[in-house]
Design a protein around this ligand. Structure first.
Ligand code: RB5
Length: 153
């Protein structure tokens, strides 16, 4: 499994903690930035990270900004991305089991680092069970993408 990880300046510190955790548990990743605390625009990193997941180079993505909201909005514009903003482990579990989310988003000004690590661990270890009722709803999301973006995967 290979994870694409990105943050803006607000999420940098939390992202570094997440990268340390991924190293500790032996999960491969690429850091898409930000690399310094200098102010950057979250849509830029949200797009490049989400695109790396959508094009199949990475199995999943993790994005962090101050609230998680901007990164969620940006990542969800990329065709094929289902980005889920999670504030606790329960949401992370449901994001995989019900929504088959391929990008996890967190807000560094909303949750603490320990919660973020717990969320990442849960999200990585929960599979999409592919139950028909959930698969059907995800297909409907792809249908919305196809209708409005001319895409849909
Ligand atoms: C940066 O100040 C902040 O706007 C950004 O990290 C994020 O919270 C946007 O949604």
């Amino acid at each position: 499994m290979k994870i694409a990880v990105g943050s803006d300046h607000a999420g940098l510190e939390m992202k570094n903690a997440v990268l340390d955790f991924l190293k500790e548990i032996g999960v491969a990743f690429r850091d898409f930035g930000a690399y310094t605390p200098d102010s950057v625009d979250y849509p830029d990193i949200g797009e490049s990270t989400a695109e790396a997941v959508a094009n199949g180079d990475f199995d999943a993505g993790i994005l962090i900004c101050g609230t998680g909201i901007g990164m969620s909005i940006a990542a969800n514009k990329v065709t094929g991305i289902r980005a889920a903003l999670c504030t606790n482990a329960y949401c992370a579990e449901m994001a995989r089991e019900h929504n088959n989310a391929n990008v996890l988003v967190m807000g560094s000004r909303v949750i603490d680092v320990n919660t973020a690590i717990e969320i990442v661990g849960t999200w990585l270890h929960t599979d999409f069970p592919n139950e028909p009722r959930h698969a059907k709803r995800i297909d409907k999301i792809s249908g919305i993408e196809a209708k409005y973006n001319g895409g849909g995967r």
